[in-house]
Design a protein around this ligand. Structure first.
Ligand SMILES: Nc1ncnc2c1ncn2[C@@H]1O[C@H](COP(=O)(O)OP(=O)(O)OP(=O)(O)O)[C@@H](O)[C@H]1O
Length: 274
């Protein structure tokens, strides 16, 4: 359930730009403003969606929130603290609280590590979460939690299907006990029936652990299903925002109307969950 007290994350007047460089000397010759004046809040237990065409700035916002891209202007507060001004050390601790799940789990899973070691990777980096003698047992518990057979903990990523690999990615993320998970096209590469299963898993985890999700997807039916609130981005600017229901039933801005009418909506999960 969404916590109505202070937001976990608040983004105020965020501006992000990328340098444009000359092709010969790589000197900066200008800047491409990817995101300007973006504002939103994310509360405990809430899912906020970012939608918009390719290049509208969704991933840039995600990468800036997590500290991979610097903010040119604005404030990003996590639990009330401006994280745009953190030291590297403080950033490392904060990264633990905010994790990202990517579209292609295979590319982000080390093919030489077993599932057990993939899940334990974060415990190596962030000492003190799980004592070493508990790594195998805890990794198996996490595998079970995400719907994987714990007996397969010594198998390698290529021995799993796409949906199972995304579950490994989710288990690895959960291992760090984050408060916010940024899902960047996290189910886009999966077949619709597998998408539905992974979305249901994410919802179960949210209900059990009170997680907050920042959910990026070009698939509006996924967004409608999983998000409480949605921001519609066009060329780096939020043109409309509201609850998922408001936006889907009564889009106001011409861009939102065009975006929503252009995409066929398939909702296999409605049959499963209703
Ligand atoms: N590393 C980069 N260097 C320079 N410009 C970039 C970089 N990454 C993104 N951009 C530019 O920033 C703008 C926003 O891109 P971004 O990837 O955030 O959009 P997006 O909505 O996530 O798109 P997609 O759905 O295709 O992932 C675009 O104009 C893009 O060309």
């Amino acid at each position: 359930m969404t916590d109505q007290s202070n937001p976990l994350l608040s983004v105020e007047h965020l501006k992000v730009s990328y340098p444009i460089r000359s092709s010969i000397l790589l000197r900066k010759t200008g800047e491409n403003v990817a995101v300007s004046d973006v504002n939103f809040e994310l509360r405990a237990g809430e899912t906020v969606g970012l939608v918009g065409e390719s290049g509208s700035g969704k991933s840039t916002i995600a990468r800036t929130v997590i500290g991979l891209v610097p903010a040119a202007d604005g404030v990003i507060r996590f639990e009330g603290h401006d994280i745009t001004k953190l030291s590297l050390r403080q950033m490392k601790d904060m990264r633990r609280d905010m994790q990202m799940i990517f579209q292609d789990p295979y590319a982000s899973l080390n093919p030489r590590l077993t599932v057990r070691d993939i899940i334990a990777e974060g415990w190596r980096v962030h000492a003190g979460i799980v004592p070493r003698d508990r790594w195998t047992a805890e990794a198996k518990e996490l595998m079970e939690r995400v719907g994987l057979n714990p007996d397969y903990s010594d198998r390698y990523p290529h021995q799993f299907s796409g949906g199972q690999r995304q579950r490994i990615g989710i288990a690895r993320t959960l291992a760090l006990r984050p408060k916010i998970i940024i899902c960047d096209e996290a189910v886009s590469a999966l077949d619709v029936s597998v998408q539905a299963q992974v979305l249901n898993l994410l919802e179960d985890l949210q209900a059990d652990l009170g997680l907050s999700y920042l959910f990026i997807s070009h698939d509006l039916s996924v967004i409608e299903h999983i998000c409480d609130r949605v921001l519609v981005l066009n060329k780096g600017v939020v043109v409309e925002e509201g609850t998922a229901r408001q936006l889907f039933e009564h889009p106001q801005h011409p861009y939102t109307k065009a975006l929503f009418s252009a995409i066929p909506v398939v909702r296999p999960w409605l049959e499963e969950t209703s």
